[in-house]
Design a protein around this ligand. Structure first.
Ligand SMILES: [Cu+2]
Length: 151
């Protein structure tokens, strides 16, 4: 057991078979330096955009895991019956309260059996698991407003 550096990789636990690092965040495009440029470039009628409209502002909050939005996180592969450590991070502000839900999986978080890990801004938690079966399953944030997509 222990942590070592191999020169290029970040330190990882050696007492598990797989380490995964997931950052749950809300990327607020309303704060972008390019907001006006994007409105001008991508809106069919830029003069009709009300940047103070709550629906417009919410449409610019992108819920992401490792920066990937709309379920586009690349596949994470591991082996059944192997020990997996999930290092889960949160950053941002008060809207960055996340619940990482591992569908159909059993986790151990701080010694407790669960299927969900709670993540608050500027915190991290490690969840451990031993996947029992091979197959594809989903990781999602179960915060209601993070699940919904605006039309
Ligand atoms: Cu979330």
């Amino acid at each position: 057991m222990g942590r070592t550096l191999d020169g290029n990789s970040p330190p990882q636990r050696k007492d598990v078979d797989h380490n995964f690092f997931l950052l749950f965040s809300v990327i607020d495009e309303n704060l972008s330096w390019y907001l006006d440029d994007n409105i001008a470039a991508y809106c069919s009628d830029p003069t009709s955009v009300d940047k103070e409209d709550e629906d417009f502002q919410e449409s610019n909050r992108m819920h992401a895991i490792n920066g990937f939005v709309f379920g586009n996180l690349p596949e994470l592969n591991m082996c059944a019956q192997k020990h997996v450590a999930w290092h889960l991070f949160g950053m941002g502000n008060e809207i960055d309260v996340h619940t990482a839900f591992f569908h159909g999986q059993l986790l151990t978080v701080r010694g407790h059996r669960t299927d969900v890990a709670h993540i608050f801004p500027a915190t991290f938690v490690t969840a451990e698991m031993v996947p029992q079966k091979s197959g594809t399953w989903l990781i999602s944030c179960e915060v209601n407003s993070h699940l919904k997509s605006k039309v």
